[in-house]
Design a protein around this ligand. Structure first.
Ligand SMILES: Cc1cc2nc3c(=O)[nH]c(=O)nc-3n(C[C@H](O)[C@H](O)[C@H](O)COP(=O)(O)OP(=O)(O)OC[C@H]3O[C@@H](n4cnc5c(N)ncnc54)[C@H](O)[C@@H]3O)c2cc1C
Ligand code: FES
Ligand code: FES
Length: 1422
């Protein structure tokens, strides 16, 4: 039964849907199920009878959002994403990385299997899906599920209204992951929702609001949207202010004995301190689920009936698709496949394309013949045998997981040891989008040394069936299977048919471990699969298999260790010998690729130890007599279980009596959110192609410091479609450029000073051709010396930019003399990649006359772009218009470095007189555009017995890179924040900007402030440790008091730091938590908890005084609609929303009458970049001034006609010839600090906050869990609490990445090794603290900014240092077990490697580090 919905899309009925679900449940449904071969024969259409290729090609037929697409020239090298965006104009699906690592490109694929009449829906990455793989499939994109013009879908609505979309670039992907989940499971559990998002990243929101919005779909705790549940609906039964709804909590049921606070006051804000006196605040939720449309799963778009007919009518035949360079052959039968493989032994089999796709895109590989075995039934077969389960080689990992779970549930436990280990490992294998398509064979055949599955297959002794045209053979996956790096014993003409995974035997115990920098969707550092079989009923080892990944160029078995332990008792002596032997056998050269050599070696022992303990436990459980297991060691055996995070948000409701229509102070949704969730929001690269548009690809240096000897473009010019290759000679104006000082070039001329230095650019008809040609440009270099990569190199060479800044106050030497103690220390803080989801993009359009050029740019700095483009083109600024609608995130990364790309694109467009576009690929963006400066801090601190610090001498060194960019201001801000929130009477800070051969580093949220404060907290912790006091007590002793001044002589007035501190102390129940942490640590040897409270004080203003200005332009049209423009750009931070709120208040009209179209240089000129957290203050004041002018102009008409409407007054004014357009201008008063005299005001005011975090570390692996964070932030009177809390959470998560996760790795030669989400890990959904409370300090109006608000973008970022110092606290507890006390160095980020190495114990002793200087490391700390 089908009905036609109003939008013309057929929707299936409830009964149909239920039937489909039942079918899937009964058959265990496969994601990549085989299409039918109706006659079972197979017709090698496209080959002659000998199997030789024929010329014909097939039409590719598939459906997108219910519409049939027939592609006659399907190119095997084209991805679905490119096709959607470029050919179909469906730009809702975004490109974030092109390597399956961010999820921005997520779409839903649906296939129908006529044999079982099953429908399968699954999320997948369009960026990796080959277009040719889609024959007879249905693709659903974000545009296909709802739109503003028709009706939005509940998955779109809920993320928007829950404030889960800021810049919105990640949003369509997240929406589609959720949508695909609901199509398969309309009532998911929270765990299902979390699993669905393993492959999605968001850089803005901090994830909490996304989960909170989607929690309403979940069985547990979710809102039914008014449709009723067992206990009635929360919307109708009066439970609306239930904490679970308003605060999104789950109760923490752990108790004090295991170190967790059970008190709900702590975890969900139900305590008295929230109920009184702030009851009203609590009742004001950030969103109201009652506003949500009900979710009716029966109303989903149906699978196209025509497609079902096509599938049923499809003749079983081989399909051929031919492109410019590659041929795609999709054989219909196994026989055809093996015939083709014998004919084309070099051909690659592509199933998920998650390996081949990466090789083609990033490793420049070309595979002229691709065999796609997707629809061959035998490769998807699942068979149970006496010995195990035989999985067809093309079964996806999702199918494997399902089969395993099913087997585990029905087989006796002793048979499922291997299956359980495999299932557990699969949970952490990539994200769901990858697992849905990636095949088992793909993992085996890739033969990656860091494969997650191969160690398991090897330790388990899996058997592989290989097949060629003459027959099949079975090989065991043993230590001979991988003869070398990425090699297997499988012969080129063979294919892998199936894998037999054995059942475990009685007396066999099996565990698998994966250690990676991030738990979710990450490549492993070391994997282990360990199996032991005992002589029945004893602890005597009969068989031992120790499989390791990440310890050699191939997956290996530690055979020597294993054979040495045969016949031994499973006990302490065996453990010791095993560890000594493993330490000898599992060695790595100190220069081994991947680095982390000491850590990796230690892991082999630590993981064995975990296995040892686990086996002891299992033996005991099975009734075998074993050595007693110490209770304090038990936590080492726990398998990580993700916990659904919960959050509390506390904010002050608007004053009673505030007009309902006055939206200032209310948690209004981001005004673009609904467009973002439907994919309708237009980002720079979504602008439709111009007719004669060209694409540009950069040619960049592969040397860090070299002279360019020659450039050969002859091969590049041969690539079809190449229009021109642009170099310095093509710059008509100045080739010198730079955002602050002109010390850079548009194109390098004679020398290059970093890898990634822009030398030229290829312009071609398509992106593919431009990129291919750029790779074909050959440049020869002469290496130059020195090559300075690290800060330490720069210090040794005294390679510093001028000036070296000093900020001093008091008498430092006298302070040291007065001190009871003096200590010295150091810390290195790694850099950070912005990882805005939208990479740098520019579209330049020559206007054809007077040298005019129009640019659409993803930039925070329209004016800077305009001035540098005009300089390069040699035209006045009035010929260049720069326009920005929105950015997919900026975070400072688009404040100055965007100009480098825009200038190049403009030069190319000018040369060719045609529109030119470029959106950097993620790897290019990461390579070229710089990031947060790495800092090294060296300090000497004098302090009293009480902990009071009386003298500080600190030197900061920043790795500035090959140009100055904004580095001086960044260093100055570091110095302005060197005392963080503490009163230090005698203080001196020096700042050195190290000139190195790295790409220029630049602004990043916090702008040097976080690095300045991080060094401060390092010495603060050292002081506490050396006194044996709690760091938080010492922090409190030093905290600024009312009436005190900063080292730059600025009075802190008013100061709310103490209020934030005290509120955080009580909200976090710090004292009880501290006691619980200590209790936990006494009871656990191998897991430790740590706690830290960290304050922040952040100066608000650009330190370059002239930037503290802003303009606005408002037009009122005669229909009453208002067009608002101001100098700020929208990058997700909600600036436009806040500006509209302000205009709405001043003009007393609803927000719906006000529109912001874009930011452009021809509307508001000479703007400052949208940065320094000051944009709401500056632009808000300008908007206010401007609207006041217009309000006053309209006042007489209102007075004359008080009962009239806004439209009446506007019309009356117009007919009275009153101008309905005005501009506003604002500059921050009384600013101007002078370093020479240490006088003048550096900042307009300060934002304050305090955070308390609790973590748990695994001392054996270095992993940590973020258990609990409480943040109290002073944002003045919030203009929009939803946006401000979003900023607090987003900044906090970015800080969490900075201080615990994100690690840029450079080779000693200055090559960036981490160039995508695969290698560089930003926080994912699973990194949110299990409990996160954000409280905006109440009753703290700020007289200095618009409507008493405060800046919020940057200040909260540093609060994530509380996680870092909580980790340090936990490490101290671990070190204490080994008798170590006192200060120790911990560099940032606190990665698992650093945590593990700092927790010294008997395992680390067995793996000493190689002497520095005796080897060349794979990566260096820059
Ligand atoms: C974002 C991302 C995350 C990842 N995470 C992980 C991870 O956590 N752990 C991990 O181990 N790996 C990971 N990988 C690697 C990869 O996904 C897996 O190795 C996957 O199993 C490959 O399967 P595929 O079907 O996509 O392979 P494809 O790319 O389609 O093919 C890979 C290789 O297998 C060969 N091949 C495929 N089938 C056969 C066959 N039947 N007979 C002979 N040869 C065959 C192909 O010729 C090709 O050489 C990740 C990859 C990505 C992109
Ligand atoms: S663009 Fe496809 S996963 Fe990032
Ligand atoms: S909203 Fe998720 S990346 Fe910006």
């Amino acid at each position: 039964m089908e009905s036609s919905a109003s939008d013309g899309v057929l929707r299936k009925t409830r009964s149909h849907d239920r039937q489909t679900q039942r079918d899937e449940a009964q058959t265990g449904g496969t994601a990549l199920s085989a299409l039918p071969c109706r006659d079972g024969t197979g017709d090698m259409n496209g080959t002659d009878d000998k199997g030789n290729m024929m010329d014909g090609v097939d039409e590719l037929v598939f459906f997108v959002n219910g519409k049939k697409v027939v592609e006659k020239n399907a190119d095997p090298e084209m991805t679905l994403l490119t096709y959607l965006r470029r050919k179909l104009g469906l730009t809702g699906t975004k490109l974030g990385c092109a390597e399956g690592g961010c999820g921005a490109c997520t779409v839903m694929l649906s296939r129908y299997q006529p044999r079982t009449q099953q429908l399968h829906h699954y999320a997948m990455n369009a960026c990796l899906a080959p277009l040719c793989s889609l024959h007879l499939a249905a693709v659903t994109t974000v545009e296909g599920i709802g739109s503003l013009a028709s009706k939005i879908h509940p998955v779109q609505e809920r993320i928007a209204k829950a404030h889960g979309s800021q810049c919105g670039f990640c949003t369509p992907g997240i929406v589609m992951s959720m949508y695909a989940l609901l199509r398969n499971n309309p009532a998911p559990k929270m765990a299902d929702i979390e699993e669905a998002f393993q492959g999605n990243l968001c850089r803005c929101t901090g994830y909490r609001p996304i989960l909170e919005g989607y929690k309403t779909f979940a069985k547990e705790g979710g809102c039914c949207g008014g449709r009723g549940r067992e206990k009635g609906c929360c919307l109708t039964n009066g439970n609306m202010d239930d904490e679970n709804l308003t605060n999104g909590n789950t109760a923490d049921d752990e108790n004090l004995t295991n170190g967790n606070m059970a008190d709900e006051t702590l975890t969900n804000g139900k305590g008295d301190d929230e109920r009184t006196p702030e009851q009203r605040d609590k009742n004001a939720p950030l969103f109201n689920p009652a506003d949500f449309m009900p979710f009716d799963p029966t109303q989903e778009v149906i699978f196209p009936p025509e497609l079902i007919s096509l599938i049923k009518g499809e003749k079983c035949r081989t399909l051929w698709f031919r492109g410019e360079r590659a041929l795609w052959i999709q054989p219909a039968t196994l026989k055809d496949l093996v015939l083709l493989k014998s004919q084309y032994p070099d051909a690659k089999l592509v199933v998920g394309n998650t390996e081949i796709g990466i090789e083609v895109k990033f490793k420049n590989m070309l595979y002229p013949i691709i065999l796609a075995p997707t629809f061959i039934l035998e490769l998807h077969k699942v068979q149970y045998t006496e010995e195990g389960i035989v999985m067809g080689a093309s079964c996806s990992l999702t199918v494997l997981g399902r089969v395993l779970r099913e087997a585990i549930s029905r087989l006796p436990p002793h048979q499922t040891e291997i299956l359980r280990a495999l299932a557990e490992q699969l949970q952490w294998f990539a994200g769901l989008q990858i697992r849905n398509v990636a095949a088992i064979a793909g993992n085996i055949m890739t033969a990656s040394p860091i494969s997650d599955l191969n160690p398991i297959f090897m330790a388990a002794g899996c058997k592989l069936t290989l097949m060629d045209k003459d027959g099949s053979r079975v090989v065991q996956m043993d230590d001979k299977f991988f003869p070398g790096y990425r090699k297997t014993v499988v012969r080129p003409e063979e294919i892998l048919l199936s894998v037999e995974i054995p059942f475990s035997k009685k007396g066999q115990y099996f565990s698998a471990y994966k250690q990676s920098p991030r738990r979710e969707d990450d490549i492993s550092i070391v994997t282990a699969a360990l199996s032991v079989t005992f002589v029945t009923g004893t602890t005597v080892v009969e068989d031992l298999q120790l499989g390791y990944g990440g310890m050699a160029p191939t997956t290996v078995l530690a055979k020597k260790t294993a054979s040495g332990l045969l016949g031994r008792q499973w006990g302490e002596e065996l453990l010791q010998d095993a560890c000594s032997s493993l330490a000898e056998e599992m060695t790595l050269h100190p220069s081994a690729p991947g680095g982390m050599v000491t850590y990796r070696r230690t892991l082999t022992l630590s993981l064995f130890y975990k296995f040892y303990l686990t086996v002891l436990q299992k033996l005991a459980k099975d009734g075998v007599h074993v050595e007693e297991l110490r209770s304090d060691c038990l936590s080492a055996t726990e398998i990580y279980q993700p916990q659904t995070p919960s959050g509390v948000q506390v904010f002050q409701a608007v004053p009673e009596g505030q007009d309902e229509g006055d939206v200032v102070g209310r948690p209004m949704m981001h005004l673009s959110a609904l467009k973002q969730v439907t994919g309708e929001a237009v980002y720079c690269d979504d602008i439709p192609l111009y007719e004669n548009e060209l694409y540009l690809c950069l040619v960049t240096s592969t040397k860090a410091h070299a002279r360019i000897l020659s450039i050969d473009t002859s091969e590049a010019e041969k690539i079809p479609g190449v229009a021109s290759i642009v170099f310095a000679k093509d710059v008509p104006g100045s080739n010198m450029t730079g955002p602050a000082v002109f010390d850079e070039t548009v194109f390098a001329e004679e020398t290059v000073t970093c890898v990634g230095h822009i030398i030229g650019a290829v312009v071609a008809d398509t992106q593919t051709h431009a990129q291919r040609a750029a790779k074909a440009v050959k440049i020869t270099y002469q290496d130059l010396q020195p090559v300075i990569v690290t800060i330490q190199d720069a210090i040794a060479a005294q390679s510093f930019y001028e000036p070296i800044r000093t900020l001093q106050n008091g008498d430092v030497e006298a302070g040291f003399q007065q001190a009871d103690h003096i200590l010295e220390g150091e810390i290195h803080i790694g850099g950070q990649e912005h990882f805005y989801l939208e990479t740098h993009t520019t579209l330049a359009i020559p206007r054809g006359e007077d040298g005019e050029m129009e640019l659409f740019v993803s930039t925070q700095a329209t004016t800077k772009t305009q001035s540098l483009v005009s300089m390069a083109l040699g035209v006045p600024a009035n010929r260049v218009v720069v326009r920005v609608k929105r950015m997919g995130g900026g975070f400072g990364g688009k404040e100055s470095r965007s100009v480098m790309l825009s200038t190049v694109v403009a030069v190319a467009a000018n040369k060719l007189k045609r529109p030119v576009r470029c959106m950097l690929d993620r790897d290019e963006d990461m390579l070229i555009t710089g990031g947060r400066h790495p800092f090294y801090g060296k300090y000497k601190v004098g302090f009293m017995n009480s902990g009071k610090v009386v003298a500080l001498d600190v030197s900061y060194y920043s790795n500035t890179g090959n140009s100055r960019d904004l580095s001086l201001s960044i260093m100055e801000r570091a110095l302005f924040h060197m005392e963080n929130s503490y009163s230090i009477p005698n203080i001196r800070g020096r700042g050195y900007m190290c000139q190195t051969n790295l790409p220029s580093n630049t602004a990043f949220r916090g702008f040097g402030g976080p690095q300045g404060m991080m060094v401060c907290e390092s010495w603060m912790t050292d002081v506490a440790m050396s006194l044996g006091k709690s760091a938080d007590e010492v922090r409190r002793v030093n905290l600024y008091a009312q009436g005190e001044k900063t080292p730059f002589n600025q009075l802190l007035e008013p100061l709310t730091l103490d209020r934030c501190w005290d509120e955080c102390l009580s909200r976090s129940s710090y004292q009880q938590r501290r006691a619980a942490v200590e209790h936990y640590n006494r009871q656990n040897r191998w897991t430790k908890r740590g706690l830290a409270m960290v304050p922040t004080k952040f100066g608000i203003s650009f330190t370059a005084v002239f930037l503290n200005q802003a303009g606005a332009l408002v037009h009122i049209y005669t229909d009453g609609s208002v067009l608002l423009t101001h100098g700020g750009t929208e990058m997700g931070q909600g600036l436009h929303t806040k500006m509209i709120q302000i205009a709405s208040r001043v003009l007393s009209i609803p927000c719906s009458k006000i529109h912001i179209s874009e930011t452009s240089t021809n509307t508001v000129p000479n703007t400052s970049p949208t940065a320094a957290s000051a944009s709401s203050d500056l632009n808000g004041a300008a908007v206010q001034i401007c609207c006041e002018v217009l309000r006053k102009r309209l006042e007489p008409y209102k007075t004359k006609n008080p009962k009239g409407s806004w439209e009446d007054w506007v019309k009356a004014a117009y007919f009275d010839r009153v101008s309905l357009s005005a501009n506003g201008f604002y500059k921050t008063p009384d600013l101007g600090y002078d370093f020479d005299t240490n006088s003048g005001r550096a900042f307009h005011y300060f934002s304050y906050g305090v955070a308390c975090s609790e973590v748990e570390i695994d001392c054996l692996t270095g992993s940590h869990k973020n258990l609990n964070t409480t943040i109290v932030m002073d944002v003045g009177n919030s203009l929009n609490p939803a946006i401000d809390i979003g900023q607090v959470e987003g900044a906090f998560m970015q800080g969490l990445g900075l201080f615990t996760l994100e690690e840029l790795r450079y080779s000693p030669q200055g090559h960036l090794l981490t160039r995508g989400p695969g290698m560089y890990k930003i926080p994912a959904f699973g990194d949110i603290p299990s409990h996160l409370t954000v409280s905006l300090l109440r009753d703290a109006p700020n007289a200095k900014a618009i409507y008493a608000s405060k800046a919020v973008g940057e200040p909260p970022l540093f609060l994530a240092a509380s996680i870092f110092y909580a980790i340090k606290d936990a490490i101290s507890a671990a070190r204490a077990e080994s008798g170590l006390s006192g200060p120790f160095r911990l560099d940032s980020p606190a990665t698992p490697e650093r945590i593990r190495n700092a927790c010294q114990d008997r395992f680390t002793e067995l793996c000493p580090s190689a002497q520095p200087g005796t080897f060349t490391p794979w990566a260096v700390q820059v």
